[in-house]
Design a protein around this ligand. Structure first.
Ligand code: MG
Length: 177
């Protein structure tokens, strides 16, 4: 029987490899999380954002969404889908919302703040999200219909996680004082 179950370490490694294959580095995601949190909190570090992105990439639900979303984009590039859905995904149709569902599902892991942080990234398209969106535009050979939402949502989740960890640190310092 082929392999079905993966450890957290394996899922993290496979996710990082899959994102890289699609042109996205952990640092590209972490910098979005950093810039989002830095607006509210000057104490946060890029290292903490990288650590949060890596942690999120080891989660099973994220593993399935990253692996599936990236494969849908690849198969769309190869024109492997039949029927109207091929054109719809190839053109990243504005009223096609299944890719946003993937993003929202990732962001939901970090509650209401995770989801509003995802909304901010989805609308403002910072860094790699804008690059993916631009590369995936109609007429270009790349399709990033799912990946831009997945990447934006991981950044939103990491940004929220960093804020949560920072809050816990403040609380524990206050307790010790
Ligand atoms: Mg999209």
């Amino acid at each position: 029987m082929s392999k079905l179950y993966y450890s957290r370490e394996e899922m993290q490694r496979l996710n990082i490899a899959k994102l890289l294959e699609r042109g996205v580095k952990v640092e590209d995601i972490a910098i979005i999380a950093y810039n989002q949190q830095y607006r509210y909190n000057k104490d946060i570090s890029m290292e903490a954002c990288i650590e949060s992105v890596e942690k999120i990439l080891s989660l099973r639900d994220i593993f399935h969404l990253v692996q599936l979303g990236a494969e849908i984009d690849r198969l769309t590039e190869e024109k492997a889908f039949r029927g109207p859905i091929q054109e719809i995904m190839e053109n990243d149709l504005g009223v096609f919302g299944v890719d946003e569902i993937f993003g929202l599902d990732i962001a939901r892991l970090y509650g209401a703040i995770g989801q509003t942080n995802f909304g901010d990234i989805d609308v403002n398209k910072p860094g790699i999200v804008a690059k993916l969106n631009e590369e995936g535009k109609a007429g270009k050979k790349s399709c990033h219909t799912f990946l831009d939402d997945i990447v934006g949502a991981i950044a939103a989740a990491a940004s929220t996680r960093v804020a949560q960890i920072w809050s816990e640190d403040v609380a524990s310092k206050a307790k010790d004082a």
